[in-house]
Design a protein around this ligand. Structure first.
Ligand code: PBG
Length: 333
């Protein structure tokens, strides 16, 4: 500080705090937006139930019945969400996941129900993967010695894509991490004249502990792990490679999953591509915040909005999150 009282007060000339003085000013200079249209709500629909069934490791999330699903998508449309991502939970599972390609399978029926209910008000997306439908819980069919058979799985994915497109889906989300899956699905869709059905490729998907609660959500008892097809959590360069390959194969949007432990991968991908980048704020990330909030250890609503804003800041244009509807309500308030 200056000793001379006639001279100006010594102190920092540059004061970043100046731009934080009022809420209006902070709003004006905010770098990152969070809007309902950027959020996609994942929804589970379970065959053979009349009432929604709670998922204990994901408090507030349920397995929907076919009718409760319609109420959920109507609300999602009213809130102005970007879309919904549908997951099916079949009553019976088998080795090849045959419920996935059956036009009367739960996911395909739900797609038709949802499209009839919301029309063009939402982008209706469906998970294109076998783990919800197989009795062993893997994302593909197995060889005689129990390995996941990449190329035979691709044949099933092609059929699954056709079934979902015939059911009326807008966008399919291949999440099985089989090599060549996007090319095979694009070809199958085009051959069936579904050229307008787009592909959201789960491109950089890691073998993650943060998928834990999802296993309960889809009633999956996975035997072993997914490390021969999902990526090693330490690999970021490879994540970009997977994304670039998927774009070459015809992906319209690419995804990084999970989100929070992979914010650097989201940023690398955003800087490397010219298609929309999507991030999946997964079940375990949801469960962590909910558990801490239930203990009173964290401000739940603030943590939700900060989480989603941070995933956007990292570079995701769109975020899949189980908080999509609630976040949209909070953003309105
Ligand atoms: C595979 C799939 C998974 C998730 C979405 N799609 C599970 C997995 O790959 O193990 C996880 C989503 C979440 O944890 O919220 N069909």
């Amino acid at each position: 500080m200056s000793e001379d009282s006639t001279s100006p007060v010594a102190g920092p000339v540059v004061r970043p705090r100046r731009l934080r003085t009022t809420a209006a000013l902070r709003r004006m200079v905010a770098e990152t937006s969070l809007e309902a249209r950027q959020l996609v709500l994942p929804l589970f629909v379970r065959e053979g139930i009349d009432e929604p069934h709670p998922i204990s490791s994901m408090p507030g999330v349920v397995q929907h019945s076919r009718s409760s699903l319609l109420a959920a998508v109507t609300e999602a449309a009213e809130l102005g969400l970007g879309g919904v991502m549908l997951f099916g939970v079949p009553e019976a599972k088998d080795a090849t996941g045959s419920g996935a390609i059956d036009p009367a399978g739960i996911l395909n029926l739900a797609i038709t129900d949802v499209v009839a209910e919301v029309g063009d008000a939402l982008t209706v997306m469906s998970d294109l993967c076998l783990d919800e439908f197989t009795d062993h819980g893997h994302c593909g069919v197995l060889t005689a010695d129990g390995r996941v058979d990449n190329d035979r799985t691709l044949e099933v994915y092609a059929e699954m894509a056709r079934a979902q497109a015939n059911a009326g889906v807008d966008m399919v989300g291949p999440s099985g991490m089989m090599d060549g899956q996007v090319a095979v699905i694009r070809q199958a869709l085009d051959a069936a004249e579904h050229t307008d059905v787009s592909i959201l490729a789960y491109s950089a998907k890691y073998a993650s502990a943060f998928f834990g609660p999802f296993r309960e959500a889809v009633g999956s008892s996975l035997q072993g792990d997914r490390r021969t097809y999902q990526q090693d959590p330490g690999n970021a360069v490879e994540g970009v490679r997977e994304v670039l390959l998927d774009i070459e194969e015809g992906a319209d949007l690419v995804m990084v999953k999970p989100a929070l432990a992979y914010l650097d991968v989201i940023r690398r991908v955003r800087d490397a591509v010219d298609v929309p980048v999507v991030a999946y704020n997964v079940s375990g990330e949801y469960a962590m915040v909910e558990a801490a909030a239930a203990h009173g250890w964290i401000d739940r609503e603030a943590a939700i909005l900060e989480t989603l804003l941070s995933i956007r800041r990292a570079g995701a244009d769109v975020v899949l999150t189980y908080w999509a509807a609630e976040a949209a309500r909070l953003l309105r308030a």
